[in-house]
Design a protein around this ligand. Structure first.
Ligand code: IMP
Ligand code: MG
Length: 184
């Protein structure tokens, strides 16, 4: 995407922009280049976006990975209130093909408490992949309950509820082309 082709700002008065489209494009391209380098001898790479939150990030990231890539989706739901995860994770959609022997990179929107990714890491390890890594667009270190290893992180965010670029609040705002936070 060329910079002069980026979309209009999609302004929402209640939402403050934390990372605009240009910052995201730049960072995602860097992550893709790093992954391309790291996985050069580990192909094909199987990307596993965690639905729904990572769908925008995964679509962009995949197009910055210059390697043979498979894509398998997983859907999870974590119980709890809308903005706080309980740590009890349910798989709502599982991968279609076995991950055994594959180089697997889980693609997630945000590491908040870490409970979801801790669960997924453990669950995926039992599927005996050749290697297992995680790429998360965002990390909110102030909220860590489990310090799960995440190999690739896009941005660190403060302890605020963020939306846009795939992330939702009660199903809305996933389509915002930037990452924003509610104004206080
Ligand atoms: P966890 O607390 O690390 O298990 O995060 C669970 C899930 O909660 C993430 O994958 C997101 O889908 C969602 N989540 C956590 N923090 C935010 C946020 O600030 N905005 C939108 N979704 C969030
Ligand atoms: Mg999620």
């Amino acid at each position: 995407m060329k910079v002069d082709e980026l979309s209009k700002p999609f302004e929402r008065p209640g939402i403050e922009v934390l990372f605009d489209e240009r910052a995201i494009v730049t960072r995602v391209a860097q992550l893709g280049a790093q992954i391309t380098q790291d996985y050069a001898q580990k192909t094909p790479l199987t990307l596993v976006p965690v639905l729904k939150g990572s769908y925008v990030f995964a679509a962009d990231l995949a197009r910055h990975i210059d390697l043979p890539v498979h894509v398998e989706f997983i859907g999870v739901r974590s119980y709890g209130s809308s903005q706080v995860s309980s740590g009890e994770v349910q798989i709502t959609l599982d991968t279609k093909h076995p991950l055994e022997g594959q180089h697997v990179l889980i693609v997630e929107d945000i590491v908040d408490t870490g409970l979801t990714l801790a669960y997924l890491r453990e669950n995926f390890a039992t599927r005996r992949p050749a290697s297992l890594g995680i790429a998360a667009l965002l990390r909110k270190p102030s909220r860590t309950l489990i310090d799960v290893e995440v190999e690739y992180v896009g941005f660190t965010v403060p302890d605020r509820f963020v939306v846009g670029y795939g992330l939702d609040d009660a199903g809305l705002h996933r389509n915002l082309p930037y990452i924003g936070a509610y104004r206080a």
